[in-house]
Write a protein that binds this ligand. Structure first.
Ligand code: FES
Length: 169
């Protein structure tokens, strides 16, 4: 558990990082997309507050930044878990029963399409369109790890591994 002081320090460091990103991009509206990409890497998502902050820094209305953030699927406007499972729901993966993996994860993590991030912000489950690796169907990403020909059992074993890692953290 982080103490209040540690949290304040972490928040300050993140904001300093955002300022660095803005400076590096010359506070330029034409650099808005790369700015938002990097800011999202810092915060993992784009909150209303950070959207306003970026808008003020580059001198545009927040609605303009919000419009860009909502237009691109790449940007997340709500917090995501530390571990993000992305199940491919393209045709090849669908045919190979990707939904059984999805359902196994939903059940294990007590999540659903309506509530796809756990309250403790440890897990998020998303579906994505074809990942371009259909030969490995069904395909699943866990953060940057690619898992091909996954079974529900293997997906659950990954959750076990992550839980163990968290316990030992
Ligand atoms: S359909 Fe899943 S990788 Fe192409």
């Amino acid at each position: 558990m982080q103490s209040t002081m540690e949290k304040t320090l972490a928040a300050k460091n993140r904001l300093a990082e955002v300022n660095r990103i803005l400076e590096k991009n010359n506070y330029s509206e034409s650099r808005l997309i790369p700015i938002l990409q990097e800011v999202q890497e810092v915060y993992k998502y784009l909150s209303k507050e950070i959207i306003s902050y970026v808008a003020t820094a580059i001198g545009v209305p927040p609605s303009r930044v919000y419009g860009v953030a909502t237009f691109y699927a790449h940007f997340a406007l709500t917090p995501k878990g530390k571990y993000v499972f992305r199940l491919c729901d393209g045709t090849a993966c669908h045919v190979k029963k990707s939904h059984s993996i999805l359902n196994a994860l939903y059940e294990r993590l007590n999540l659903s399409p309506e509530k796809n991030t756990s309250d403790d912000l440890r897990y998020t489950i998303e579906t994505v369109s074809c990942l371009g690796a259909c030969g490995l169907a069904p395909v699943m990403l866990m953060n940057d790890e690619v898992h091909g020909q996954v079974t529900p059992e293997q997906a659950l074993a990954i959750v076990d591994r992550l839980e163990d890692a968290e316990k030992n953290a």
